[in-house]
Design a protein around this ligand. Structure first.
Ligand code: AMP
Length: 112
């Protein structure tokens, strides 16, 4: 079985892909919390941001730039939020690093 998002990256498990490049894949969240909810993941497996190392800088930059590209392509310039949950206590449920791109409704601050 293995890692869910690794299986999505390898396309063993289907997803609604919105962007793909050498380092990152972006796909629609299966359980959206807002009208637009996309996940951007590195193709390389990393459990979470806390496990990243300086050597991962290029990949991490590519993931953030992919999130920006998704926001541009989906016309989210009015506002969007990037969220990275790290650890179960913070709400992480899939242990492959991912950036949530959330938009399309007023987003409260501070987050819950
Ligand atoms: P987190 O709770 O930060 O780890 O976020 C994991 C996200 O993955 C949740 O928002 C889930 O809805 C989403 N998710 C789980 N399985 C899938 C899937 N097969 N395809 C797309 N999104 C998924």
């Amino acid at each position: 079985m293995g890692c869910l998002f690794c299986n999505i990256v390898s396309k063993k498990i289907p997803s609604a892909i919105v962007l793909e490049n050498d380092h990152a894949l972006a796909f629609r969240d299966i359980n959206p919390v807002a009208p637009t909810h996309v996940l951007v993941v590195p193709k390389k497996h990393m459990t979470g941001i806390h496990d990243a190392t300086p050597e991962d800088g290029e990949v991490l930059g590519a993931v953030l730039l992919a999130a920006r590209q998704v926001a541009h392509d989906l016309g989210l310039e009015a506002g969007y939020r990037l969220v990275v949950n790290n650890g179960a206590e913070a709400g992480q449920s899939v242990f492959h690093l991912h950036v949530h791109v959330i938009a399309g409704r007023p987003l409260a601050w501070p987050p819950g």
